[in-house]
Write a protein that binds this ligand. Structure first.
Ligand code: SF4
Length: 361
């Protein structure tokens, strides 16, 4: 069984304790400390029962672990609404977690992998390549980090988007396990309706989410209206072409009766014309869909530029006229490199520059 306590659901934690001879009742106290209070030190509480304290003292840090992720870098935005963290995992890998403030609510954007294998050309994480999947506890720990930051300001984390580093559906089992833990009403209690899983279109996993009745929102990154133009931005389109992707979305919609959110990153002259908007409307016809238009976060490794406001407005109007709800998303934290992977890329470039300066000296 996993030695990382944050990897475990409530039932798994209880089994872990009872296998070691503790009464099941102790699992409630430990779960409360780990997940309801999101305490950084499981031994800190004075009111721990003696058997549970002895169990923790004998094992914590040697046989069992908790994942408090140290902050390697932190960048608040100028508007004060976005806070981005580079968190360090036990093996030294660094991942990004972002807290975004909207009117009356706060959303955390989580990473699900160190790096990413999907290679989307406009994405700083895609430009880095894949390192490894995150464990469930490493996803849960990001939520607890965000909750602690907000709690210190008297605020509560209410929403999650799995839209940080990595393709969530490429790490399906760990992600679903983590979401089960995070949405447990006895712990972090973030309701499934407040959780969005974003994908570039891993078709078998979309179908699996439908078949397993996973109750989270699904957000699909579209970005291209033909296979040729989409594959140029999202290489995964070669494996799962548009026809297969849209067919999987129709299946998901029929089985779950849920709305699907489609993300469209607007790139000037690449995918922001009226012809693109008409093709998108055609692709999504008959689906219970909502299109979110996202201004491009420009990266050093991609020559694309953000669309002009007028193009974005025209695109928005055409999608709406087709009967599909559409929103131009507010961009959060452009000044903190809030696009996925950008803080890590900025830090890596800084290290390279410092290294080059050091060797020159
Ligand atoms: S956009 Fe998402 S799926 Fe594509 S490379 Fe970046 S992290 Fe991976």
């Amino acid at each position: 069984m996993s030695p990382h306590l944050l990897d475990l659901t409530f039932d798994e934690l209880r089994s872990r304790l009872t296998a070691d001879g503790l009464a099941a009742v102790h699992s409630k106290a430990l779960w409360n400390s780990l997940h309801f209070r999101a305490e950084t030190d499981a031994l800190a509480r004075k009111d721990l029962s003696p058997p549970l304290r002895r169990w923790l003292e004998a094992r914590l840090g040697t046989e069992v672990f908790t994942d408090v992720l140290p902050v390697a870098a932190e960048t608040p935005s100028g508007d004060g609404l976005t806070q981005k963290f580079l968190l360090r995992l036990a093996d030294g890998q660094e991942i990004e977690t972002v807290i975004m403030g909207y009117e009356g609510r706060h959303t955390a954007c989580l990473s699900t992998q160190a790096g990413c294998a999907m290679g989307c050309v406009f994405c700083a994480t895609g430009q880095m390549g894949f390192v490894r999947h995150l464990r469930p506890g490493e996803i849960v720990a990001q939520v607890h980090h965000a909750r602690r930051i907000l709690a210190a300001r008297g605020l509560r984390l209410r929403n999650l988007v799995l839209m940080g580093m990595g393709e969530p559906l490429h790490n399906y089992d760990a992600v679903m396990h983590a979401l089960e833990i995070i949405s447990d009403t006895r712990g972090a209690n973030i309701g499934p309706a407040k959780i969005s899983v974003s994908t570039v279109g891993v078709v078998p996993a979309i179908r699996r989410m439908a078949e397993e009745g996973r109750p989270y929102n699904l957000a699909v990154s579209l970005h291209g209206s033909t296979d040729e133009e989409r594959a140029a931005l999202i290489p995964a389109n070669q494996r799962w072409p548009l026809a297969e992707l849209i067919s999987a979305c129709r299946y998901y919609g029929e089985v779950t009766q849920r709305k699907i959110f489609f993300a469209w990153t607007l790139i000037a002259g690449v995918n922001d014309t009226a012809a693109h908007a008409h093709r998108v409307a055609g692709l999504l016809r008959g689906l219970n869909a909502h299109v979110n238009l996202i201004p491009l976060n420009e990266t050093a490794g991609f020559a694309g530029r953000e669309s002009a406001d007028a193009s974005a407005r025209e695109f928005h109007g055409l999608i709406q006229e087709s009967g599909i709800p559409c929103t131009i998303r507010q961009r959060r934290g452009i000044d903190v490199a809030a696009g996925c992977g950008q803080l890590k890329a900025v830090r890596a470039r800084g290290r390279a520059v410092r290294g080059a300066a050091g060797s020159a000296a």
